[in-house]
Design a protein around this ligand. Structure first.
Ligand SMILES: Cc1cc2nc3c(=O)[nH]c(=O)nc-3n(C[C@H](O)[C@H](O)[C@H](O)COP(=O)(O)OP(=O)(O)OC[C@H]3O[C@@H](n4cnc5c(N)ncnc54)[C@H](O)[C@@H]3O)c2cc1C
Length: 401
């Protein structure tokens, strides 16, 4: 057990927070697994925009993707910091947690708001990997960040809902059996509150693919297997609804703090990858008869990246500690995600600069990770929107969104 400190008081409660790295045994086991998937594996997947099926299967078989699922449903029942440790180590090892991280935060919606029957039906199979829950359909082309303006509708018709509309950037849809879908069930002008009228569905895509559902891949600057989804009178059973009709936006918000902490951990892993690589290279590479790391122009940016990553790590631990104590952590989870995304991007740029021309060569993995690390400033939430959240909810300034 790492040393602990008391962290901030929330509702007068004192929360213990680990100072050292959490879950050292899990981290070691993840690093060992990742060693079987070296740079060459990811370079090949990147070239052909292929899904790292073997890697995701290995993680699933080792139980790592099910750590947050309660034991009664076949998971390990560990707290969120275990999930964080796993995602951080995957990215720190040079692998890409983006291929599989969504399962950890999507399943929380089923766990918190699903019926007993839904939990029994889905969670044990998700834990074993028999069912893959990797797709999350929120963003639409016209609404973008403004989720409440989404246009996809789900209309009840007897024992079914009929879904029409479009999603964009639905990642991993071709490599997932289930989709967590947010759709409008009551028109916007008929709801009492602006946050009402949206509902969450757990869609079994195997049953509707080619029969109301079309998936179209989007080629992007990173290998993220992202897609567009088109719903054309897609009929799904009424019991696909999670929780109460009309309360879906709240359910999605409930999962946001967990998502922020887990994605901060992805980004933190990237930051550490770049800092490790840059400092190693700076010690070895000799130019003008001395290691380049002896030059402050190279050494200080790497040191600054380390400092930025430390701040991100501390805030991620604080957010996780508050989350695990069941206390409010919106400000901390968002700040962690912001700091980690910025730290990863800074470290990525510094690492590219440290490697000089070699940073551009595929075989060193720096250019691939550089492209991948940029994502966290944009998705799943952009740094701007986090600043908007802090400006409004923490500092009490006017709302910008
Ligand atoms: C590779 C990738 C994978 C993704 N995976 C998924 C997924 O699996 N599921 C899913 O649902 N979505 C996914 N997304 C979507 C992602 O969450 C959105 O791209 C993101 O939320 C921004 O939406 P947008 O692209 O429409 O940008 P827009 O909403 O058009 O915004 C454009 C820019 O304007 C800024 N902006 C907008 N409004 C304000 C404001 N009020 N104040 C300040 N700045 C503002 C934004 O921050 C952004 O920088 C993914 C995106 C990418 C690129």
């Amino acid at each position: 057990m790492p040393d602990t400190v008391h962290t901030g008081t929330q509702d007068d409660a004192m929360v213990m927070m680990p100072v050292g790295e959490t879950y050292p045994e899990i981290r070691e086991a993840v690093r060992k697994l990742c060693a079987d998937f070296p740079g060459a594996y990811w370079q090949e997947k990147d070239r052909v925009r292929g899904y790292p099926t073997e890697f995701v299967q290995a993680l699933t078989q080792s139980g790592f993707l099910a750590v947050l699922i309660p034991e009664e449903f076949g998971g390990a029942g560990l707290p969120i910091s275990a999930g964080s440790a796993i995602l951080e180590e995957i990215n720190r090892s040079g692998c890409n947690a983006g291929a599989c991280h969504a399962q950890m935060y999507i399943m929380g919606t089923v766990l918190r708001h699903g019926s007993d029957a839904q939990k029994k039906q889905y969670l044990p199979k998700i834990a074993t990997g028999e069912l893959r829950l990797q797709a999350f359909g929120v963003t639409e082309p016209t609404s973008g960040t403004d989720t409440l303006s989404l246009r996809t509708t789900a209309v009840r018709d007897g024992d079914e809902y009929v879904v029409n509309g479009q999603k964009v950037w639905t990642s991993r849809a071709e490599h997932s059996d289930l989709l967590l879908l947010l759709a409008r069930t009551t028109p916007k002008d008929q709801v009492a509150k602006r946050t009402d009228g949206l509902s969450v569905f757990l869609v079994d895509m195997r049953k509707v693919l080619g029969n109301g559902l079309t998936i179209r891949p989007i080629r992007t600057m990173i290998n993220h297997n992202t897609t567009e989804l088109f719903f054309d009178n897609m009929r799904i059973p009424a019991d696909s609804l999670i929780g109460q009709e009309g309360r879906g936006f709240r359910y999605i918000l409930d999962g946001m703090n967990a998502e922020r902490v887990l994605v901060a951990s992805d980004a933190l892993g990237d930051a550490k990858f770049f800092i490790d690589r840059a400092s190693d290279y700076a010690k070895e590479r000799q130019v003008f008869g001395r290691p380049i790391g002896q030059n402050q122009g190279i050494q200080f940016p790497i040191a600054e990246s380390w400092v930025a990553a430390q701040a991100a790590e501390l805030m991620t631990r604080k957010a996780a500690a508050l989350f695990e104590a069941g206390l409010p952590c919106g400000a901390e989870a968002n700040t962690a995600k912001y700091l980690a995304a910025e730290a990863a991007w800074k470290a990525a740029d510094v690492c590219m600069q440290t490697y000089g021309g070699f940073g551009y060569a595929e075989e060193y993995d720096i250019e691939r990770k550089f492209r991948e690390a940029r994502l966290y400033r944009t998705a799943p939430i952009s740094s701007n929107l986090i600043l908007g959240f802090i400006g409004e909810h923490v500092l009490g300034m006017p709302r910008s969104y």
